[in-house]
Design a protein around this ligand. Structure first.
Ligand SMILES: [Zn+2]
Length: 472
């Protein structure tokens, strides 16, 4: 019996605090670009990608960058150098150029991503909803396939309180280590709850001491959500939107340090590193700031890319539409992990192969939905849904405003900012996308009545501290 206790008590958890201090003293966050260990990965091909499922040694490092809209990354066309390291990662792997999150606040979006179900099907749409036991989570599926699963998070919406720990052997919110000297800026309204270095330091320690066995390591980063950055990342100004770019630059460096340790520990050639986000952020494009209030482009277009245990000689960019609900079906296929759980998503491997070979991807439903219950953070409020449908370059958005449902239609191929409403001039297209929305919304929830949970005042305050007005 004592054996099993010892098995479960991983030394890295016990030792983490002391070692983390040593790590922070020994490594500056700001390594020079180009320094660090060389990337040892061999050049591989798309055939190698399709053969990965035959290997039994491939790990998954899943980096979830909270609140990252794709158009603020260089690889997605941003003119500022916010993301040199992430861009370099994307350029040696597979990047999805038009990728959509299924909601615009963390819990609804993460529940959808993890379950592969649209938000109204997964059922996690309000602040007090809890993922039910019967939801089959990726960590459970990977555990059953022989992975050891570890989750490290700093966002209370994915805490065990809400059922997100299912399948993880260790699921932990790292203790804040305090702000390092030089880390100066935060959204002034937010509490000082540490930085993502708390997460990456624990992750680095895990990589250092883990021996043997496949792993799935999920890191949920929050510095961009909290507008954290240091002096050296303060390159782009002090306006709200500029500070957001500063914090992307800071996060880029945090991830660079993490990946250098991954390479150092010999994991470069047997790890898939996934980078994804749960939603974007609005900067008054149409009167809103922040997220969780609407489902327009700026709140729902997010990055998704991964690097592989080998470099692809030519970067593969998938331009057909993809969605967060597709991420796990894609990873399961690449890893050769079988699951029979219900899914609204699909594997993107055919789209990757088509992009890599310059052929046409097979026909599939690539329509992306984003869904938000207005007032999701309030008690006893009537359900009002805003929804958007992304179909190629088109986006239909339906918003309840007082007693009306306001419909808008945008075409990003003509109007990249999606500010010119075509609903009056393109009636047939509007009707087509409206009926897609209605058909999809008619699909029933998978888990029936959603369990809710009384959330303590302390937990509510923790969530309020990261900027949410909830539970009133
Ligand atoms: Zn979030």
């Amino acid at each position: 019996m004592s054996d099993s206790i010892l098995d479960r008590r991983w030394p890295w958890l016990v030792a983490a605090a002391a070692i983390v201090v040593a790590y922070l003293l020994s490594t500056g966050n700001q390594a020079e670009p180009g320094s660090g260990p060389a990337d040892p990965r061999q050049v591989g091909t798309i055939d190698d990608l399709q053969q990965l499922h035959e290997r039994d040694d491939v790990n998954v490092l899943f980096i979830l960058i909270d609140t990252l809209r794709s158009d603020r990354l260089g690889s997605y066309g941003h003119e500022r150098e916010t993301s040199p390291f992430l861009d370099q990662m994307a350029a040696t792997g597979v990047r999805f150029d038009r990728h959509l999150s299924q909601s615009s606040w963390t819990k609804a979006s993460m529940a959808s991503m993890w379950t592969g179900l649209n938000p109204w099907r997964a059922g996690i749409t309000r602040f007090d909803h809890v993922l039910p036991e019967e939801a089959e989570m990726p960590a459970e599926i990977l555990r059953d396939a022989g992975f050891r699963s570890i989750g490290l998070f700093r966002n209370g919406w994915v805490a065990p309180t809400f059922g997100f720990e299912q399948g993880f052997e260790v699921y932990n919110r790292p203790t804040p280590l305090g702000l390092k000297r030089g880390v100066l800026a935060k959204k002034p309204t937010l509490s000082k709850g540490g930085t993502d270095e708390d997460v990456t330091a624990s992750a680095i320690e895990f990589l250092r001491v883990h021996s043997g066995g496949r792993w799935f390591l999920y890191l949920h980063l929050m510095d961009i959500h909290e507008y954290t950055y240091d002096e050296e990342s303060a390159l782009f100004g002090s306006h709200y939107s500029d500070v957001y770019d500063n914090s992307i630059r800071w996060t880029d460096t945090t991830i660079k340090v993490l990946i250098e340790h991954l390479v150092d520990q010999g994991y470069a050639e047997n790890t898939i590193v996934v980078v994804a986000s749960d939603h974007g952020e609005a900067f008054s494009e149409r009167g809103f700031e922040g997220h969780g209030r609407q489902v327009f482009k700026e709140s729902t277009e997010v990055p998704f890319f991964f690097w592989l245990p080998f470099k692809l000689g030519e970067p593969v960019v998938v331009e057909s539409r993809s969605r967060n609900i597709d991420i796990w079906p894609t990873l399961f296929e690449i890893l050769g992990v079988e699951t029979s759980r219900p899914s609204d998503g699909r594997s993107l491997v055919p789209d990757i192969v088509a992009a890599a070979t310059g052929t046409e991807a097979p026909a599939a439903d690539r329509t992306g939905m984003a869904y938000l219950e207005m007032g999701w953070g309030k008690r006893n409020i009537e359900k009002q849904v805003t929804v958007s449908v992304a179909d190629d370059s088109l986006r239909y958005v339906r918003t309840p405003i007082e007693v009306d449902l306001v419909e808008q239609l945008f075409d990003a191929s003509l109007d990249p900012a999606e500010l010119k409403n075509l609903s009056e001039t393109e009636a047939a297209t509007l009707a087509r996308l409206r009926s897609i929305a209605d058909e999809k919304l008619a699909e029933p929830p998978i888990f029936g009545e959603m369990p809710t949970r009384e959330i303590s005042e302390m937990e509510l305050n923790q969530l309020r501290a990261i900027g949410y007005d909830i539970g009133q």
